[in-house]
Ligand binder design. Structure first.
Ligand code: PQ2
Ligand code: NAD
Length: 150
């Protein structure tokens, strides 16, 4: 299926971000998102200790239910259950959420680019979910070029 993703910059200053799933991928996402915000909720039966120790992260140690989506603009579905991650993206539509499905770009309303942040400038490289390693490699090249140019 062909996918088209529009690069935009979203104002999240008034938004808590919801992560369903509290494992390795959730931890990775929160670390990256911390460059921009520190207001998160994590819902999962098992949440990594490292996530529990982070500032700005509310934890609910239980299974996801549909009503959890209420009020969220951005949702990351990061559970190890592919069907559940897909279901969250479907249910998100009814609540006006934008859902990132960690194991499937096709079901994602948004995907995260590889980012180089330098003061007020953000350089983001994406492949429309097709080749994350190539995005990371290109971001690193751009970062190295800029760091050596100024
Ligand atoms: C750029 C970055 C941003 C971020 O996460 O915020 C990002 N992934 C990062 C890292 C990373 N991801 C993976 C590895 C291990 C690689 C290895 O195997 O060595 C590493 C490396 C690492 O962890 O260092 C594996 C992986 N990733 C996805 C899948 C599933 C799939 O492809 O279907 C699998 C395979 C799972 C499996 O097979 O098990 C999916 C997605 N990952 C994306 C973004 C989106 C596409 C972006 C684009 O359009 O190019 C998309 C589609 C959805 C999304 O997540 O939004 C961030 C770099 C942060 C940085 O360096 O700053
Ligand atoms: N996007 C990416 O960058 C990327 C990278 C690697 C892997 N993945 C994919 O991400 C997924 C998660 O991987 P992981 O390594 O974080 O797994 P993990 O096993 O570390 O964590 C899984 C989490 O899901 C939670 N969970 C399970 N059932 C749940 C439910 N009903 N409600 C709420 N939470 C529930 C568990 O409690 C746990 O916190 C896998 O499908 C993997 O293929 C994505």
């Amino acid at each position: 299926m062909s996918m088209t993703f529009l690069p935009i910059s979203i104002n999240i200053s008034e938004q808590q971000i919801l992560l369903v799933g509290g494992g390795k991928v959730a931890l990775h996402k929160i670390k990256l998102l911390k460059r921009f915000t520190s207001d998160f909720k994590v819902i999962a039966p098992k949440v990594l200790e490292e996530i529990k120790g982070m500032d700005g992260v509310e934890i609910e140690e239980r299974e996801y239910e549909e009503a959890d989506l209420k009020g969220y603009l951005l949702v990351y579905a990061t559970t190890d259950n592919h069907e559940l991650n897909h279901l969250i993206s479907i249910q998100g539509k009814q609540y006006g959420c934008l859902v990132n499905v960690a194991d499937n770009a096709v079901y994602s309303d948004f995907v995260s680019p590889a980012i180089y942040k330098c003061d007020e400038f953000t350089i983001a490289v994406g492949s429309d979910g097709r080749d994350v390693k190539a995005s990371i490699a290109l971001r690193n090249k751009i970062r190295d070029f800029l760091q050596n140019s100024f």
